[in-house]
Design a protein around this ligand. Structure first.
Ligand code: GLN
Ligand code: ZN
Length: 734
């Protein structure tokens, strides 16, 4: 389970007795926790830098929780989650910490830029679990103590008036184990699931304590249910929830799945669980799950139907969701009691961030009970119509070009060994050529210049001059270090490797406050791809040629690849993702060809997120890899043999997709090795006789494992100097 959010739910109960009363309820499975203006980030960083006390940090956190609970209560949401807050990460190493995985953020993509975005617990047979953190109970009680000042409607606001009765959220026991990994040195035969009986007593304690505190619902997140589990793994769910049944009597147990279709076997298992009152499914991405429900849902249980997409920022198509809900209602039975300035108004009306999603969920729940807010629905329908028809979305030429790509195979005409030969004639590089991966440290000086330029304190010319100066410094340093293939250091990429290119492409929009947590306190602001993508003019040619003019050594052009631009953006939901990816690929292709024309002979196209975009379910993976790799090849399929194409990947374990990486057909590949258990080289070596830039002999390159922008010069200089010295030493021994 890699990243994510999940949809907000409508709750429908399958009722065996006919004619029970209809009422509505709505449920939110999680919410952004960084705060609308990244309040938590700043509080955390102030605390880490000793600029504030632990008390002050706790106060910020408590205020944030409170404002989220109140916001949901005010929007009329019935099932409000608690224990979804954490300061840093959500699944921690033992002693167990009762935190939700994965953290949900309504309306915001939660991406960890490639890494598995929680700290993976490492477990062995000797481990003993104990009930360490009482956070779930504390947060439940904290919400319960909230007394809302709102009482304009005493009846419906009764719960808020007497405190907010939340649904505490726990990582389910089976997913907790399945998402852990065996500790180093543990015997290969060790199965994580063998720990289930050690962990369940702790769950029983938590459930007991929550019950005593007054909780009437408990949510267990079991996101692994959407993966391809075998019979033995599925049996663990039956075992675990049977064991929990007696402690959980008197409280409603909700199991949430998330993010994808649930396989038929898993559906069977989860719907048959005893002691479970309700099951939540993602029906935004789960059209097949819809069919399973149609074929049978257990009587007497609640269905939490995820119909509002929490992973994206597009306004829900309320009319469509309502008819889905009505269809479900027919199948399942009865409904039971259960800050943007930059975006223009038209574009804004197409989007829904967290706060608006709360309103959508509630409007749907109300409509289902016959209290349809006509104005809200017709406003929503008008926004959808304007989006469908807008000329800002459609570019006929781009659509035609991208449509012709599917099903064809784009690759360079010559094979990689012949290309490398022709490149070597031009570049004349030594054995074990040295290079770096793009960025150099972002110094305080550089940041200051950017800030001043942004607020118009310095002019465009002054800014360009300062960036030029920075490039000059970086080029000189690399020459002094005797690096073979140079980079310009990316000082002009003011924000981010995706945002920088997105800002120069048509079809992209940017928010001021659409922050998404990346990891820890780091946040990113993903661009929004709302329309057909094209490249009005060259994006990087000016800086790359400028840098090339400062040196005789080859200067590497530096681009972000189409797959990474796609994976790190909010992508339009009105056409398949591959379609959008092909459009971006064509835009990057234009750029690659312009760089070549301008005399840049080495071009690096970064795809750090390739692995991260891999769908969870196996049956979808081959298709993704196929179009993703194809998109990459499109960007450079037409360059000359003598133009050297590099790519770079990091943050993930790539061992399982090596064949796809090779199929990208780059001339030189640099992959971060540290997350692949340091086994990458041997995987390349054994599995495939790869003839391009990774491999033995004269096609092995020497470089750091990623860009250097978060490093300091005091670290970078000695490290690179050692790197070059080592390469030279080995060259002498060859
Ligand atoms: N070229 C980018 C840099 O060096 C690559 C960043 C990345 O791999 N995430 O910063
Ligand atoms: Zn990297």
């Amino acid at each position: 389970a890699e990243k994510h959010k999940s949809p907000e739910k409508e709750i429908i109960k399958k009722d065996s007795s006919a004619g029970s009363i209809k009422a509505m309820a709505s449920h939110i499975v999680g919410y952004p926790r960084m705060g609308p203006k990244r309040e938590l980030k700043f509080a955390l960083e102030a605390f880490w830098n000793n600029k504030s006390s632990a008390k002050e940090l706790q106060k910020v956190a408590a205020d944030l929780r409170l404002s989220i609970w109140k916001q949901m209560a005010d929007a009329g949401i019935k099932y409000i989650p608690s224990n979804t807050f954490s300061y840093y990460d959500h699944v921690l190493t033992p002693p167990l910490c009762w935190v939700l995985f994965p953290q949900d953020m309504v309306g915001m993509e939660y991406t960890l830029r490639g890494c598995s975005h929680y700290i993976v617990p490492e477990l062995g047979p000797e481990i003993n679990f104990s009930y360490a953190s009482h956070k779930a109970v504390q947060e439940y009680e904290e919400a319960k103590a909230v007394v809302s000042a709102l009482c304009e409607d005493e009846i419906t606001r009764m719960t808020q008036y007497h405190g907010i009765d939340t649904v505490p959220v726990l990582v389910g026991p089976v997913s907790y184990l399945l998402l852990s990994k065996p500790a180093k040195g543990v015997d290969k035969s060790f199965s994580l699931l063998s720990l289930i009986d050690k962990i369940l007593p702790v769950y029983k304690e938590v459930v007991d304590e929550l019950k005593t505190a007054g909780a009437s619902w408990i949510q267990f997140d079991e996101p692994t249910l959407v993966m391809d589990l075998d019979a033995h793994e599925l049996r663990a769910f039956t075992h675990a929830y049977t064991e929990l049944e007696s402690s959980a009597s008197g409280v409603n147990v909700l199991i949430e799945t998330y993010f994808a279709d649930v396989p038929a076997e898993a559906y069977k298992t989860v719907t048959a669980l005893k002691g479970v009152t309700a099951i939540g499914f993602d029906l935004v991405r789960g059209s097949k799950t819809f069919d399973l429900i149609r074929n049978g849902f257990p009587p007497g249980k609640y269905l939490f139907a995820g119909v509002v997409d929490g992973r994206n920022i597009w306004a829900n198509d309320l009319a469509a969701s309502l008819s889905t809900l009505q269809a479900l209602e027919g199948i399942v039975g009865k409904v039971d009691s259960a800050n943007e300035t930059k975006l223009d108004e038209e574009l804004k009306s197409w989007l829904a961030f967290a706060a608006q999603k709360l309103l959508e969920v509630n409007a749907l729940a109300k409509a289902l009970t016959g209290l349809k807010n006509e104005a809200f629905f017709s406003g929503n329908a008008a926004a959808h119509a304007s989006r469908r028809l807008s000329p800002r979305v459609t570019n006929a030429a781009v659509r035609k070009a991208a449509a012709s790509l599917r099903g064809s195979d784009h690759r360079r005409a010559t094979n990689v060994s012949a290309r490398l030969e022709s490149q070597q004639k031009k570049l004349n590089l030594p054995n074990l050529p040295t290079t770096v991966l793009g960025s150099f440290p972002q110094t305080l000086g550089l940041r200051k210049i950017r800030r001043e330029y942004k607020v118009n304190k310095i002019s465009e010319e002054e800014y360009v001059e300062a960036v030029k100066e920075e490039i000059r410094k970086v080029v000189k340093l690399q020459e002094e270090l005797d690096i073979d293939v140079l980079v310009h250091g990316e000082p002009e990429q003011r924000n981010d490797m995706v945002e920088y290119f997105g800002e120069q492409l048509s079809g992209f929009a940017f928010t001021d406050n659409g922050w998404v947590q990346s990891y820890g306190s780091r946040c990113v602001k993903p661009p929004i791809i709302y329309g057909d993508v094209s490249r009005p003019k060259a994006m990087s040619v000016f800086w790359s040629t400028l840098a090339q003019s400062m040196t005789k050594r080859p200067m590497k052009g530096m681009l972000t690849g189409p797959v990474t631009i796609l994976n790190w953006s909010f992508v339009r939901n009105d056409q398949p993702r591959f379609e959008t990816c092909y459009q971006i690929a064509l835009a990057i292709k234009d750029e690659v060809e312009d760089l070549q024309k301008a005399g840049i002979n080495v071009i690096q196209i970064d795809e750090p997120s390739l692995r991260e975009g891999l769908p969870l379910r196996k049956y979808e993976q081959a298709f993704y890899l196929d179009w993703a790799v194809h998109s990459f090849r499109i960007t450079n399929c037409a360059v000359q043999d003598s133009t050297q194409i590099h790519t770079h990947m990091c943050y993930s374990n790539f061992n399982d997709i090596i064949h796809s990486i090779i199929d990208m057909d780059a001339d030189v590949i640099s992959i971060e090795n540290s997350r692949s258990d340091e086994k990458l080289l041997s995987v390349f070596h054994e599995g495939v006789k790869y003839r391009a830039g990774i491999g033995p002999g004269n096609i092995l390159w020497v470089n750091p494992d990623c860009g250097l922008k978060t490093r300091k010069y005091s670290e970078v200089k000695p490290a690179l100097s050692n790197m070059v010295a080592a390469a030279k030493l080995i060259r002498m021994q060859l």
